[in-house]
Ligand binder design. Structure first.
Ligand SMILES: [Zn+2]
Ligand SMILES: [Zn+2]
Length: 147
């Protein structure tokens, strides 16, 4: 992996810091209820990086097992959500996009779990929208709801 860009990230207070090498595998907005609650926000945006290319460089996140085999981590000091990890996708760490050093550099490319999207919330992009997860699925459309 030498020669590839290293991207860093951190929580609000800076106690938790990480870095990954290379480009994220996937970038998406998740509209599911669990991500909404963990992030306390209408939508949660993730940069999914390969586990082999990722490491924490400072601090140890707290972990909440939100369902069997699903771990959601956070900074024990400032409370920032850090990552989503699941046994069913062992090769990826899904980082909360807002923790990236420069979130502007890697824009999301999809919306997932739009079946749970809030009625009053919309994003005016033309990205593919998936009813549930995107792995092995086809998008139900592109762009905002038009009803
Ligand atoms: Zn913190
Ligand atoms: Zn979600």
């Amino acid at each position: 992996m030498s020669g590839q860009a290293v991207t860093s990230g951190r929580c609000l207070c800076g106690d938790i810091r990480y870095e990954y090498v290379g480009a994220p595998d996937r970038l998406f907005h998740c509209h599911c209820d669990s991500c909404r609650r963990h992030g306390s926000s209408a939508v949660a945006t993730f940069a999914c990086v390969f586990r082999d290319a990722f490491r924490f460089t400072q601090g140890t996140p707290g972990i909440y097992e939100s369902s069997p085999g699903v771990r959601r981590s956070f900074c024990p000091r400032c409370g920032s959500p850090i990552a989503y990890e699941a046994d069913r996708i062992p090769n990826e760490v899904h980082l909360y996009h807002g923790t990236l050093a420069d979130p502007g550099l890697v824009p999301p490319t999809a919306h997932v779990h739009v079946a749970e999207q809030l009625a009053w919330f919309e994003v005016l992009d033309e990205l593919p929208r998936y009813s549930e997860g995107m792995r092995g699925a086809s998008p139900i459309g592109h762009g905002p709801r038009r009803t």
